[in-house]
Design a binder for this molecule. Structure first.
Ligand code: AQP
Length: 329
C-alpha cells in the first residue's frame, strides 16, 4: 500500500490525453493504495481566469473524477485551495529553488513563449506542483510523460531540502507513467501533445464530447499519404497516434491492431476508432450528468478537504520544525 497523489487543473476541455495519461491510472491505483486526488485550482490561476468559469470548471473536474470511477470512499478527493498547506509549503520550497532550474522547464518555455517578462505564477508553477506532492508524503505520482521534468524537479527539491534540513523532511516521490497512452498527440498536429488550451477544438477528443464531435475530430485527424496502416512514429505520426489511442482504449496491443487492418484503409481505422471512443465515453458522460447535479458533490469535496488538511497539517508542522520556523517557546 503506497501513498499516491495527483491532480488535474480545472482549465476546461478535459481530454483523452488527460484520461489515458493520468486519470486512468488514478482509478486503477485506488485498488491497493492510499490515494489522494486533487483539483489543482491554484495552478489554474497562473493564467488569469474568469471566476465564474473557474468555479464551474472545478465542479466539472470533480464530477468527472467520480464519473470515471474515483471512489470517495476509498480515495481522498478535494480542491487544492481548500487546503492552505499547499501555498505554505510552496513558499518554503521556493526558498530552496533557483531561477536557473525553473527557467529550464519546457512547459514554462512553451507557455511563456520566451517573452522577456512572463507571469511569475507560470514561472513558479513547478514549485507549487512540488509542494502539492511533498505535502502528502507521496510515494507515487501518476501523470502523463509531459510531466516528467516537473517530477524530476520535485525530487531534486526534496533531496536538496533533506540535505539541508534533515532526511526526514520529505519523502522522495516517484513518477508513474503509462506504457501506452503516456503521451497522446494532437489530432491536427501529431508533433505536439493533445492539449486543453489548443485553439482548434478538433485537435482533441474531450471526455464530454458528443458522438458527432468525436466523429468529426477523428475523421479529420491528420494522417499522411503512405496509405498503409503501420506503426511508424517517424514517418506516420498521425496514424501512430490513432493506433496508440485505439490500443489504450481497448487494451489491445498495437501489433494486433495493425494486423487487423492489414490491407484496409485509414477510413476503416478511423471509423472503428470513433465507435470505440463513443462506446468508452458514453457511460462516463451519463454518470457525469447524474453526479454533476447531485447535492452530494459539494459534501464529498468538503469531507475530502478535511481529510487532506489533517495530513497536510502534520507535514507542515514537521517541515516548519526542521526549518526552525514558528513559535518554539
Ligand atoms: N496529451 C497528453 N497525453 C498524455 N497525458 C497528458 N496529460 C496532459 N496532456 C496529455 C496529463 O494529464 C494530466 C493533466 O494535467 P494538467 O491538468 O495539469 O494539464 P497539462 O499537463 O497542463 O496539460 P493539458 O491538459 O494539455 O493543458 P494545457 O493545454 O493547459 O497545457 C497530467 O498528468 C498530464 O501529464
Amino acid at each position: 500500500m503506497k501513498r499516491v497523489f495527483s491532480g488535474i487543473q480545472p482549465t476546461g476541455n478535459i481530454h483523452l490525453g488527460n484520461y489515458l495519461g493520468a486519470l486512468r491510472q488514478f482509478v486503477d491505483l485506488q485498488k491497493d493504495n492510499e490515494c489522494i486526488y486533487c483539483i489543482v485550482d491554484m495552478h489554474a490561476i497562473t493564467v488569469p481566469k474568469d471566476p465564474e468559469v473557474l468555479k464551474k470548471s472545478i465542479m466539472d473536474v470533480a464530477a468527472l473524477y467520480l464519473a470515471l470511477g474515483i471512489d470517495p470512499e476509498k480515495s481522498i478527493v478535494f480542491i487544492q485551495s481548500d487546503v492552505p498547506g499547499h501555498a505554505e509549503l510552496s513558499w518554503m520550497l521556493t526558498c530552496s529553488s533557483y531561477t536557473g532550474e525553473l527557467s529550464r522547464m519546457t512547459q514554462f518555455k512553451q507557455k511563456s513563449k520566451m517573452q522577456e517578462s512572463a507571469p511569475t505564477g507560470l514561472f513558479m508553477y513547478p514549485v507549487l506542483m512540488a509542494a502539492d506532492i511533498l505535502l502528502y508524503d507521496t510515494e507515487v505520482v501518476p501523470v502523463g510523460d509531459d510531466q516528467k521534468q516537473h517530477i524530476e524537479l520535485t525530487r531534486d527539491l526534496a533531496k536538496r531540502v533533506n540535505g539541508k534540513y534533515g532526511e526526514d523532511t520529505f519523502v522522495i516521490p516517484e513518477g508513474r507513467y503509462m506504457k501506452s497512452g503516456a503521451r497522446i498527440m494532437s489530432l491536427d498536429d501529431p508533433s505536439s501533445k493533445m492539449s486543453k488550451s489548443a485553439e482548434n477544438e478538433y485537435s482533441r477528443i474531450q471526455l464530454l464530447d458528443s458522438p458527432s464531435k468525436i466523429k468529426k475530430s477523428i475523421m479529420r485527424a491528420t494522417t499522411d499519404s503512405e496509405g498503409v496502416i503501420r506503426y511508424d512514429q517517424e514517418k506516420q505520426p498521425g496514424i501512430a497516434n490513432l493506433l496508440n489511442i485505439y490500443s489504450a482504449c481497448t487494451n489491445k496491443p498495437v501489433d494486433e491492431i495493425v494486423k487487423d487492418y492489414d490491407g484496409k484503409g485509414y477510413g476503416a481505422l478511423k471509423k472503428d476508432l470513433v465507435d470505440v471512443l463513443v462506446e468508452n465515453l458514453t457511460p462516463v458522460q451519463e454518470r457525469f450528468a447524474e453526479i454533476r447535479n447531485s447535492d452530494e458533490l459539494p459534501k464529498i469535496l468538503a469531507a475530502g478537504a478535511e481529510k487532506a488538511n489533517a495530513i497536510a497539517e502534520k507535514t507542515i508542522k514537521r517541515v516548519k520544525d526542521n526549518f526552525g520556523l514558528g513559535n518554539r517557546f
